[in-house]
Design a protein around this ligand. Sequence first.
Ligand SMILES: [Fe+2]
Ligand SMILES: [Fe+2]
Length: 288
Amino acid sequence: MSDLVVRRIPFEFPEDLQPHWNPSKPEWSQMVNGASLVMPYLEPYLIQCIRKGLSHIDDPELRAVAKDYCAQEGQHYRQHKRFNDLLIEKGYPELREHEEEMERAYARFLERRSLRFHLAYAAGFETMALAVGHWLVDNRDYLFGESDPRVASLILWHFVEEIEHKNAALDVYNAVYGDYLYRLYGLFYASFHVMALSRRAYRTMLRRDGTWSQWRSRVRLWKEVVRFFRQILPHMVRCCNPGHDPRTIADPAWATEWMAAYRDGEQSVPLLDTHNLRAPLTSAAAHA
Ligand SMILES: [Fe+2]
Ligand SMILES: [Fe+2]
């Protein structure tokens, strides 16, 4: 009853993988690594949010979508955790402290916040994730060109699936509450919360790299941050429309192609060619 595909992909993160996996963009590499560090704390929380919402939903179709949404998120955070553990071992032990703080922060949400907050946070985060997914796919040459294909493939897999499940969390929020202003509150709260957690992590990593205090590095970082906001803000503003329905936002053609090529719950890694990220995708080519 759900069109979502739960892909269990055997990604590998061997020892030779470098934290600066995009050598020409070390700051961008750390921005992504910082966001990756948040996923094993954020995504289990999102799953809990949606599971709590499920007890108020009878519609079998929406229940099926919500369950597959949780299964996709479960795959995402498990893969990120493996990648993050390797990063930490590569010389960033202080990130363990961030992990403990994030674990406590999301546990506090679950203890103290209302179901309305949980569902608005999940719907809000997913709105941002959809914007980020479009940005990553549309700018994949610039962001991932000539980078380590193992990391590029991990991140683009994750965000293609964010595009794929774009309406799940909002449908759950609307089915249980549907309150417009509180949805906006959830959107801003979740977006700023996740961005702040990511920033803390990449700041720690750049400090450890010794580049946080170098002005050239800071300028490169700010250029990436400005590019990010310039691209995702118009999308976020569109989503503030009271009648917003993610189904009306067309998926990027490449994302649709990716989903079609990998729709068998993959048992192999859809490794991208980062020398040519415009190459047509077929599961056969990827499996060869
Ligand atoms: Fe995810
Ligand atoms: Fe998601």
